[in-house]
Design a protein around this ligand. Structure first.
Ligand code: PMP
Length: 400
């Protein structure tokens, strides 16, 4: 018998497992609204034009495949901090930003979790309820204790700001608060600017460390600066922050694993020391980050022409999602006027949190071949106009 005979079967991932089930389905009407990956109006994956152009430029330079330094590609590190804080931000000029290129959002969060485990010993990480499912794995696997703070109010399909405030006020000083920078996953519900300011003040008063997960910059509103409002506000208010950034969605670089962990701290000396420790952690985790995707991102951000074209393409993606949101809401209002569907266009980003129960989701999948996560989240990136009626019928059948 194998020495591994006692290794138990791990459960399928709640999000990526949906894609596996979708692929296995032979239903011609099947619809994959599980994973948050952008699709065009033909529901095909998209490679952005600016990415193709950037790759053309990169290939023409005939570069080698040597290792990057542990902290990653210089041009990418500068670009990613510029995108986050805005070019020429005082914190950049003062040298108090530490940035390490890492393995997309997930890898950057994991390096952050490792940093917390090593240097903020005993700190608890507060995670919104609900949240992207992998947050729990990332901190849990690093041995970092995590707890939920209240976030979503099912009655209003909005933010439970009172619950959030109470839970963060009760958190022990020195705790870490994980915040979604914009386009909260899975709810699509973000704090208002005033609420963000109140959360920043609360973090300051209670000595909590904000850790922003920025996976959708440019994807929420179609505007890179607007979507960076929250982390910029926190820095403006004098808070030290951690940020993980991902280029999976906004540049469509999912499989290239492009991202960064950024720390904005009080002074240059701390930034230098923190970066040295981030490098030490990364060295043992994966040694150095991949080259290709970082070169693409740097090429796009640092080339004015490509940068402007990227913004147009990003608005195009955000706009298509907004449009199908509107169409889905209208179809549901027509088919089921006794229910309030206005939450669909109030929510922002890639997802709609439908409020469907696990049993209703099972009906969506088993009867209608609509594949989605059991928390009731649907990715609008996987929907097109042609499928709106079909989806609306399936939802109405499932909520009845
Ligand atoms: N955070 C959130 C909230 C996400 O939705 C995602 C992508 N699903 C990520 C992080 C990280 O994704 P990636 O590792 O592909 O950058």
């Amino acid at each position: 018998a194998s020495r591994f005979a006692d290794v138990a079967q791990a459960p399928p991932d709640p999000i990526l497992g949906v894609s596996e089930a979708f692929r296995a389905s032979t239903n011609p009407n099947k619809l994959n609204l599980g994973v948050g990956a952008y699709r065009d109006e033909d529901l095909k994956p998209v490679v952005l034009n600016v990415v193709k152009k950037a790759e053309g430029n990169i290939f023409s330079r005939n570069e080698n495949k040597e290792y990057l330094s542990i902290e990653g590609l210089e041009g990418f590190r500068r670009a990613t901090v510029d995108l986050l804080l805005g070019q020429g931000h005082p914190a950049i000029q003062e040298g108090r930003v530490a940035a390490i290129q890492s393995l997309s959002g997930t890898g950057s969060l994991r390096v952050g979790a490792a940093f917390i485990a090593r240097f903020l010993k005993g700190a608890t990480v507060y995670i919104s309820n609900p949240t992207w499912g992998n947050h729990r794995n990332i901190f849990g696997d690093e041995g970092v204790e995590w707890k939920h703070y209240r976030y979503f109010d099912a009655a209003t399909v909005g933010l439970d700001f009172k619950g959030l405030t109470e839970d963060l006020t009760a958190a022990p000083p020195g705790s870490v608060v994980l915040l979604h920078g914009c386009a909260h996953n899975p709810t699509g519900v973000d704090p208002t600017p005033e609420q963000w300011a109140a959360i920043a003040d609360l973090c300051k008063e209670r000595n909590l460390l904000p850790f922003f997960d920025v996976a959708y910059q440019g994807f929420a509103t179609g505007d890179l600066d607007k979507d960076a409002f929250a982390p910029r506000l926190f820095v403006e208010r004098g808070l030290e922050i951690l940020v993980s950034q991902s280029y999976s969605k906004n540049l469509g670089l999912y499989g290239e694993r492009v991202g960064a962990l950024v720390m904005v701290v009080q002074d240059k000396e701390s930034a230098t020391r923190c970066l040295s420790q981030l490098k030490r952690l990364a060295r043992a985790l994966y040694s150095n980050p991949p080259t290709h995707g970082a070169k693409i991102a740097a090429e796009v951000v640092n080339n004015k022409e490509l940068f402007d074209e990227w913004k147009v393409e990003m608005r195009g993606m955000a706009g298509r999602i907004e449009r199908v949101r509107g169409e889905l809401q209208a179809a549901l209002e027509a088919k089921c006027p006794q229910k309030d569907w206005s939450f669909i266009t109030r929510q922002i980003g890639m997802f709609s949190f439908t409020g469907l129960s696990p049993a209703q989701v099972d009906n969506m999948t088993n009867k209608h071949a609509v594949y989605m996560t059991r928390d009731g989240r649907i990715s609008l990136a996987g929907l097109n106009s042609a499928k709106v009626e079909y989806l609306a019928d399936a939802i109405v059948d499932s909520v009845r």
